[in-house]
Design a protein around this ligand. Structure first.
Ligand SMILES: [Zn+2]
Length: 487
């Protein structure tokens, strides 16, 4: 997601289903669709082409940490004219000496420029990304498939993380999924047959129930336990993101240790994870969604307290109010759970959302769900509904019971530094009978949380996984990393 773009602001999607999933023509009609969240700098509503732009930009833009190499000479004569040859991204794993020269498609070999492997640039240029073409890339109808970028691969293994939109990936035998958000699981459907998928038990249930992925490919892994997969020790750890989200720790036989955060919100409690406290991390794949000092927001608990406080105050003045919380498929559950708890009321959600929420296997949540709009003054609606016109119409449908609407739009980052430590400075948008609050309930790390996590972990190298789509961003993030890792 873009740094200057509200992480959950997908309201410009014109084709959202009832749960706020963007509906794509190539997504199985049986599936619930997807949520776009995290990872890439995507102009909203154009997931595939933007993914392509991200990858092209990533490979074409170079800084001193991700160098570019050319074939012999910068320019070669052609028909009397000088034609510039395409730049090729070095494989950082090789640059850093943690990976041998690779014969994998999409990875260049800087040591043998004359006979380098076919690169991802070549594949883009010719429109014939070999891997995707052979097996059929599964990227929501994009006509030009592309190869899996190296930064989704774990060096020294045949593993990838969150790399499902590239079809079958050469030399990949195990596909890890960090969590059930679309920009991470995109490409998975009931047609998936490219290899084993490893994830948490909760994510596995969602893959089965929401995407109808063939269970023979799904391998749930118990969290906080060490599993051995292809001689690699793998541990999933709670990521403090959405339900089922995991950090993934890989310990190789040669002693190398790699941590992929997927999407996460760093917290002090992570410093107590034995597997993080006891192992030196050689390579950290970091969720850098808010890796900018301007992103400062309060703790989740503080935001929940604010939401409850605001609700009680509002109800004291307007007792016949409907409370609405906006949400996508999964994530932000604690917001409506906190209101439900404070008011002692059940939570209304439509059938498809109830099915998803019940699949979490959380008794406290399941027992609070109700199926009748009139049974509760607390309704969970798609975030796309959290607009004045929509809420005004929604209120009309229950006008006999409620006179006003108080709505909360939990988003990643909605307010300025000035209000960062003063939640009560948040002002709602009020129009007639509709009051809407944007509240900074973030499921990604703030800048200071990221800094603290990195300083604790002291990894040798860091690969940013979000907002790395242009050289300026990467350079800026690397300068932060350098500062944080100073001894
Ligand atoms: Zn996510």
């Amino acid at each position: 997601m873009k740094m200057d773009f509200d992480e959950d602001d997908l309201s410009s999607f014109t084709d959202l289903d009832d749960n706020g999933f963007p509906v794509s023509s190539s997504v199985d009609v049986e599936s619930h669709g997807e949520e776009v969240e995290g990872e890439m700098s995507l102009p909203v509503g154009d997931v595939c082409s933007s993914t392509s732009d991200f990858a092209i930009d990533f490979y074409l833009s170079g800084t001193n940490w991700s160098e570019l190499v050319r074939d012999e000479g910068d320019e070669v004569p052609k028909n009397g004219e000088k034609v510039k040859k395409a730049l090729v991204q070095r494989d950082l794993f090789q640059v850093w000496g943690i990976s041998k020269s690779s014969k994998r498609p999409g990875v260049s070999n800087p040591s043998t420029p004359k006979k380098r492997q076919r690169s991802v640039i070549d594949d883009f240029a010719s429109g014939s990304a070999l891997v995707g073409e052979r097996k059929g890339a599964e990227c929501n109808g994009r006509s030009r498939p592309h190869s899996c970028p190296f930064y989704k691969k774990i060096p020294g293994t045949s593993f990838t993380v969150d790399a499902f939109r590239y079809g079958a990936i050469d030399e990949c035998s195990s596909y890890f999924l960090s969590h059930f958000h679309y920009d991470h699981y995109g490409g998975l459907s009931k047609k998936w047959s490219h290899g084993n998928i490893y994830c948490t038990d909760l994510t596995a249930r969602l893959l089965r129930s929401c995407l109808s992925v063939n269970p023979q490919y799904i391998f749930p892994l118990e969290i906080n336990a060490e599993h051995v997969i292809e001689d690699i020790k793998v541990t999933l750890l709670e990521a403090n993101h959405c339900p089922g989200a995991a950090l993934i720790l890989f310990r190789l036989k040669d002693g190398k240790c790699y941590l992929h955060t997927g999407d996460f919100r760093a917290s002090k409690s992570m410093q107590l994870y034995p597997s993080l406290a006891n192992h030196h991390i050689n390579l950290l794949y970091l969720d850098t969604t808010y890796c900018n000092p301007k992103y400062s927001f309060p703790s989740k608990d503080d935001v929940l307290a604010f939401v409850v406080r605001t609700t009680l105050k509002f109800l004291s003045k307007q007792p016949k109010s409907l409370i609405v919380v906006g949400a996508y498929s999964i994530g932000k559950e604690p917001v409506y759970l906190a209101i439900s708890q404070a008011l002692g009321v059940p939570i209304y959600a439509n059938a498809s959302r109830r099915k998803i929420l019940q699949s979490f296997g959380w008794p406290d949540l399941s027992k609070k769900l109700c199926s009748c709009t009139e049974s509760s003054p607390l309704h969970v609606l798609p975030l796309s509904c959290l607009r004045y016109e929509n809420l005004k119409e929604y209120l009309k449908t229950c006008k006999q019971q409620f006179q006003t609407v108080l709505a909360f739009r939990p988003t990643g980052w909605t307010y300025s530094e000035r209000t960062a430590s003063h939640l009560d400075l948040i002002r709602p948008v009020i129009k007639g009978d509709v009051t809407i609050y944007g509240v900074p309930y973030s499921e990604h790390s703030s800048f200071t949380e990221l800094r603290e996590f990195v300083k604790f972990l002291k990894p040798e190298k860091i690969i940013p996984t979000v907002n790395a789509g242009n050289a300026a961003n990467r350079a800026r993030m690397q300068s932060y990393f350098k500062e944080w890792l100073k001894v």
